[in-house]
Design a protein around this ligand. Structure first.
Ligand code: SAH
Ligand code: SF4
Ligand code: F3S
Length: 436
């Protein structure tokens, strides 16, 4: 049996797909990247914004073509959209299996039962499941950088966000299985791990908090780089910042989603910090690590956001000078606190105007940030040939910036030193420094 899986959404979904491949491999399923060869076609889905779901509906139609064309082909929907829409997916008549994020251990049984002609669904959320004992089958191609989920779910209930409903309550994975997985990664050639959670700073297993976990993973090998995502501004602690500053192989990069620069909107979003608090955290990070890359997420056009309040987001972006950012129009998600309590009243055109203005500002800030690096030297982990090819390699510096340089002597997994000679808003163009 061959199984094909398309993955949408966040890095955690990528890691979940790896867990699914591992669970299915034990039952004899083989992975294929050719949909036409597949006996089982699945999408691991995302519900974070309406357009994410719309894209997946298109894929369901596409998959159903293969299901009609060849007898016995099964279509499965996994992940957050499976959890949110449940029966509505089966009701299309185009889907055989619906499995939520905590139901993957049951997938082999669900597929077997579906093969008998009975559509199957398991969307039960768990308080314990962390897939801690499962070694993911890595699907990333470079063999250098791996994702490790350290926790699942979220307890924050930000008013706009669907994740607590699709992923359930927060739970931390046994730190021993995390350290073991990092060791396995290193032994099989990986040189970087990214620890994943919706709010990594609230990691706690027995007496091991996130700072302690970072230390344990960093101790696996000085040659293993450690990154993590996502930090919640209300929870990122001085202890975590100190741990990052103290261990050379913990990369100086923090993804710190601000969402808005205005206190009334932050309150309405239930983010539970203020603009001043956020700016203080950034100052603290920069004091401890002046070279720390800081990126963010922001939402524009949240319920009742005025032009002036949006301007506060622009001014916060300028004040911080983010290295990069993901920026989104607010998308109302059914069932969330915001959907139940506040009208989605910023017109679509106005959201898009604000979004474009913010993106334009950030493009300039990214370019400024990269220009500040001109002439600097960085240690970079080689990820492989650059997309443009032509004898160039690419890899990231500690701050998470993509570097590209001409090189015929190194390979993926090597550490090299480069000097920045030029840049765009997205990339540092570098030259190799010999003998370092
Ligand atoms: N746990 C992370 C966020 C995960 S979702 C955190 O708390 O920061 C990734 C990003 O999607 C969020 O940071 C937010 O900017 C965006 N997002 C979430 N819900 C959204 C919605 N309803 N509309 C638009 N963007 C949304
Ligand atoms: Fe969503 Fe907030 Fe949890 Fe992030 S912290 S996943 S934005 S509820
Ligand atoms: Fe999307 Fe679910 Fe991740 S909604 S962003 S796939 S947690």
């Amino acid at each position: 049996m061959k199984v094909y899986i398309e993955t949408y959404g966040c890095q955690m979904n990528v890691n979940d797909t790896e867990v699914v491949f591992s669970i299915l491999a034990r039952k004899g399923y083989e992975r294929t990247e050719d949909i036409a060869q597949a006996d089982v076609i699945m999408a691991n889905t995302c519900s974070i914004r309406d357009n994410a779901e719309q894209r997946i509906w298109g894929r369901v139609d596409y998959f159903s073509g293969f299901r009609k064309a060849r007898k016995g082909v099964l279509v499965g929907i996994l992940g957050c959209m499976a959890e949110r829409l449940k029966d509505a997916l089966l009701d299309t008549g185009k889907v055989d299996v619906v499995a939520g994020p905590d139901a993957y251990r049951n997938l082999p049984e669900l597929l077997t039962a579906a093969r008998e002609g009975h559509p199957q669904m398991d969307v039960i959320l768990s308080r314990e499941e962390t897939y801690g004992d499962i070694s993911p089958v890595r699907i990333d191609k470079n063999g250098v950088s791996a994702f490790i989920s350290i926790m699942r779910g979220c307890n924050n209930v930000c008013s706009y966000c669907v994740v607590p409903y699709t992923r359930g309550a927060e739970r931390s994975r046994d730190w021993r299985t995390i350290v073991r997985e990092a060791c396995d990664c290193f032994a099989s050639g990986y040189r970087e791990v990214t620890l994943l959670g919706q709010n990594v700073d609230s990691y706690l297993y027995e007496d091991v908090n996130f700072a302690a976990l970072l230390g344990k993973v960093a101790d696996v090998s000085p040659l293993l780089r450690v990154r993590f995502s996502t930090s919640h501004p209300k929870d990122i602690s001085d202890e975590v910042i100190a741990m990052m500053a103290g261990k050379p192989n913990i990369c100086h990069q923090i993804h710190l989603p601000v969402q808005s620069g205005n206190d009334r909107i932050l309150e309405k979003m239930r983010r539970r910090y203020t603009r001043a608090w956020y700016l203080e955290r950034v100052a603290k990070i920069r004091e401890a690590m002046p070279d720390c890359g800081i990126s963010t997420d922001a939402i524009v056009g949240f319920c009742s956001e005025t032009e002036e309040e949006f301007r506060d987001t622009l001014s916060l972006f300028r004040e911080v000078g983010f290295d990069s950012a993901f920026m989104f129009n607010y998308s109302e998600r059914p069932g969330t606190l915001a959907a139940r309590n506040y009208p989605d009243d910023v017109p679509a055109e106005e959201k898009t105007r604000r979004l474009n203005e913010l993106i334009e500002l950030q493009n300039g800030l990214s370019l400024e940030s990269n220009r500040r690096d001109l002439g600097k030297n960085f240690e970079v982990l080689v990820e492989g040939p650059s997309k443009k090819g032509s004898g160039q390699l690419c890899g990231r510096n500690g701050a998470g910036k993509m570097c590209v340089w001409t090189d015929s002597t190194h390979k993926a997994g090597d550490y090299v030193y480069v000097k920045v000679t030029d840049c765009s808003s997205a990339t540092l163009l570098c030259e190799l420094i010999e003998n370092q």
